[in-house]
Design a protein. Structure first.
Length: 106
């Protein structure tokens, strides 16, 4: 028996920051998780962004590791937390969303 069971998520990172954009500030939060899929360990980054609106996405790369985030390929994309809650990653979207609330309150 391995350390991770098939489909189980393990959080390995959490990061949130206020980001300068063209006409003000936006907020980015990301939760990194590992999960065993078909016997292989896979890494996913669950992102929540607040700029002019809300954005929720799942990718294989961190938004914080990319110079140009337009290069990122998102496996799932949502424009509301309500829609994101239908995802297998729902609990992590909620976690990232709360991280943005904490930055905004600081």
């Amino acid at each position: 028996m391995g350390i991770l069971n098939e489909g189980k998520f393990i959080v390995f990172s959490k990061k949130a920051q206020r980001s300068l954009i063209c006409c003000g500030y936006g907020y980015d939060a990301e939760v990194g998780v590992d999960r065993v899929v078909n016997g292989k360990l896979e890494t996913f980054y669950i992102t929540c962004r607040a700029y002019e609106g809300m954005y929720y996405g799942v990718s294989k790369q961190s938004i914080f590791d990319e110079e140009d985030d337009s290069e990122l390929e998102f496996l799932e994309e949502y424009f509301s937390l309500r829609d994101a809650q239908k995802s297998d990653f729902a609990q992590f979207f909620e976690m990232a969303d709360k991280m943005l609330d904490e930055i905004d309150a600081a």
